[in-house]
Design a protein around this ligand. Structure first.
Ligand code: PAF
Length: 286
């Protein structure tokens, strides 16, 4: 596996590959890799000549400095995992390489960022969009792979690519779960053992809400199911549960003609904030 920290050297390598007629897929990450990331790498491997993975803990998307400081950094084991997954290029720039000067541009995504994560993490998506745009310019991939777990991030990046005409195909890959249902996340390793058990309530509540929604078609009933599941629990704090159009993220009250509806949840277990979602497509209720 080739390892680059310099944008210039990365571009030199990629230019030679383009001249040789090769196309690559790109998996942007913040490291602390797990099976969820590897599923993105494998999908990219299957659809492209080779894969570029980036690891960069982007400070501009953390609205909470404590969260940034605590974000796990595990470059050595990440490298080994990528090597065994067959990744050809790892790009891990430092802050000076990623942001040689101050970024003054502010991106606003309107309604897409006024809900859910956008409401709870002010400034977060401006940071994500900025770094993803910079990474797309650095890597110039044919396709880029993102996890469905960060559904709002995917909706925003789709808008970014459309609005700024990035010549990249975006691929949304399914949530990968632990055997007890907990969605894989780099944050899971920060949950203590008691919290780890209670953390399964996110995926359980989503499952129950999905069943209620499909049965009754009513978002209100699905919401009360989730409220009822969280109410008696200690050690976990429900931040939001939303039912939204998976593309526009507009709230859904009744299942109707939307192509896909997403059930999205965020909760804190101790001081670890977790998110999860399930997407149902129209053919499930029509
Ligand atoms: O999903 C992530 O890990 C990050 O938000 C991303 C897309 C790598 C941008 O920093």
């Amino acid at each position: 596996m080739h390892f680059f920290t310099s944008v210039t050297l990365l571009k030199q390598y990629l230019h030679a590959q383009r001249m040789a007629g090769r196309r690559w897929g790109f998996v942007p990450t913040m490291g602390a890799l797990h099976e969820g990331h590897l599923s993105l790498v494998r999908q990219s491997e299957a659809e492209n000549d080779f894969t570029v993975v980036s690891i960069y803990v982007n400070p501009t998307q953390f609205n909470n400095p404590d969260d940034l400081a605590k974000y796990p950094r595990t470059l050595e084991s990440d490298r080994q995992m990528l090597e065994s997954a067959g990744c050809e290029v790892l790009f891990a720039p430092d802050d000076a390489e990623m942001y040689p000067g101050p970024v003054r541009l502010r991106m606003s995504f309107g309604a897409l960022e006024e809900v859910m994560e956008g409401k709870f993490r002010p400034g977060h998506f401006n940071g994500v969009a900025t770094v993803v745009a910079r990474l797309f310019h650095m890597v110039e991939p044919a396709a880029a792979y993102f996890g469905q777990k960060d559904l709002q991030q995917f909706a925003l990046i789709r808008q970014l690519v459309q609005d700024l005409a990035f010549p990249v195909r975006l691929v949304r890959c399914p949530v990968v779960r632990e055997t007890d249902g907990l969605a894989m996340s780099s944050r899971n390793r920060r949950i203590d053992p008691d919290g780890r058990q209670v953390a399964t309530v996110l995926s359980y509540a989503l499952q129950e809400a999905e069943e209620a929604l499909l049965k009754t078609k009513s978002a209100g009933i699905a919401r009360s199911v989730v409220g009822g599941i969280f109410y008696p629990l200690e050690g976990v704090f429900l931040e939001y549960f939303e039912i939204a159009d998976a593309y526009t993220l507009e709230p859904v009250e009744v299942l109707a003609g939307q192509p896909e509806v997403a059930l999205c949840i965020a909760a804190s277990v101790g001081d670890v904030r977790l998110i999860d979602n399930r997407i149902i497509s129209r053919d499930r209720w029509q």
